[in-house]
Design a protein around this ligand. Sequence first.
Ligand code: FAD
Length: 427
Amino acid sequence: MKTTNRRAWLGRTLLGTAALAAPAIVRARNASARVVVVGGGFGGATAARYLRQWAPQVQVTLIEPATHFYTCPFSNHYLAGLRTWDSIGHSFDGLRRAGVRVVHAHAEDVHHTARTLTLSSGQVLPWDRLVLSPGIDLRWNALEGYDEAAALRAPHAWKAGPQTLLLRQQMEAMPDGGTFIMVIPDNPFRCPPGPYERAAMVAHYFRQHKPRSKILLLDAKQNFSKKALFLQGWKALYGDMIEWHGSAQDGQVIRVDARTLEVETVFGERHTAAVLNVIPPQKAGFIADRAGVTDHSGWVPVNGQNFESTQVPRIHVVGDACLAGPMPKSGFAANNQGKLVAASIAADLSGHVRPAALYANTCYSLIGPDYGISVAGVYAAQDDGRIMDLPHSVDISPLDADAAFRAAEARYGASWYAAISADIWDR
Ligand code: FAD
C-alpha cells in the first residue's frame, strides 16, 4: 500500500477507535461495575484511563507495583547516551487525576469463578471484568545457564529498570577494543526490531567513546524485522563494527556461562564477551498463568474482537502477553488494544454495540541520532476472532532513502514517543 493510502487507513483506524466512544460517553447501566486492570504499562494504563473516560461510572482499579513506569521504548536511546533516564520515566499521577484508583501492589492470584484478584498485600479485590496487561516474563534456563543470578552479570535489559542501568554501567566500564555480545531469541518475543535498534545504539555509544570495540549479534533466527534497512543503516553509520550471525551462520546460542561471559552455539562454537547482553526466550507475565488463560505456548490466546480470553470469559488480555496474530508485541499495539478493550467493556456494560475491531501499529527504530526507519501495519479482527493484516497495509520505509527522509523518520519517532506518553500517563 502506498504511504499516503496507509496514512489514510491509519487515520481512519485511530480516529475510528476514538470516535466510536468519544461522542457516546456511556452511562453504565450498572453504576457499581468494577473493572480491575493488572499492569500499569502500555496496555494496562491505556485501558484503565480510557475506560474511566468512556464509562465514568465504572470503578476502575489499576494494580501496578512500581510507582514510576520506565518504558522499554527509548531505553535503547538511553544506552546510547541520547536520552536521560528520567526522560523515560512516567508517574501515575495523571491516571489518578483521571479517576483511576491506582494500587501499588503485585497481583498474585486470580479466582475466576469467584471473580476475585488477590494482591501481595493480602487484599482481595472483586471484579466484574478483569483486564491483564502484565507484559512478559523471561524463560529462565531456556538457555542453559541463564537464570536470574546470571542476569546480574549478563543483563537482559528487556524490562526497563535496574537491568538497563546495569547494562549501561557495564558499557561504560568496558575497555576500548572489547566485544559486546548480544544473544537474540527466536520469535515470538517482545519488540521484534528492539535488539537490532539496540545494536545501533550501542554502536553509537562506542563510536563516541570506545571506537575500537566490536558488536557481535548471535541470533536464533535468520530473518528479522526491517532486516535490509538495519543492515544498510549499520553499514552506513558504523562500518564493520556490527557483525550479525543468524541461525544459518551458527548464531543460535544454547549455553551461557555468566561467570566467564562465554556463550556456546548449537554447533559448539564459543565466544567470549567483554559485555554480555542475553535476551532470553519469553512468555506471558505469570499472572496470566494464574488466571488460567495461557495455552501450551506460554502466551494467551484471545478473541481479536475484544481481546477476551478464549479460555476464561470476562478476562481480557492485551499487550505482549497475548497472541494477537500478525500484530507485533509493541507498545503502540498494546496502546491500541487497550483502547479497544476499554471501548468494548464500556459498550458491554452499557448495552451499546461494541466497536469495530480495527488496529494499527507503527514501530520506529533509531539507527543514529538523525537516522530513523519504521514499519507500519493496519489490522482487523475477523468474525471468528482471528486478527489479520489488511491487504497491502504492512509496509516499511524505503531502502536507499536520502538523509532528509531518515532525519524526518527520527523526528517522527521522537514525536510518537511524546504523544503516546501523554496519551497514557503524562496528562
Ligand atoms: P508493559 O508495558 O511491560 O507493562 C506491564 C506492566 O505490568 C509492568 O509495569 C509490570 O510491573 C506490571 N505487572 C506485571 N505483572 C504484574 C503483576 N502480577 N501485578 C501487577 N503488575 C504487574 N514498542 C514500541 O511500540 N515502540 C518502540 O520503540 C519499542 N521499543 C522497545 C525497545 C526495547 C529495548 C524493548 C525491550 C521493547 C520495546 N518496545 C517498543 C516494546 C514495548 O516495550 C512493549 O511491547 C510494551 O511495553 C508492551 O506493553 P504491556 O502493557 O504488554 O507490558
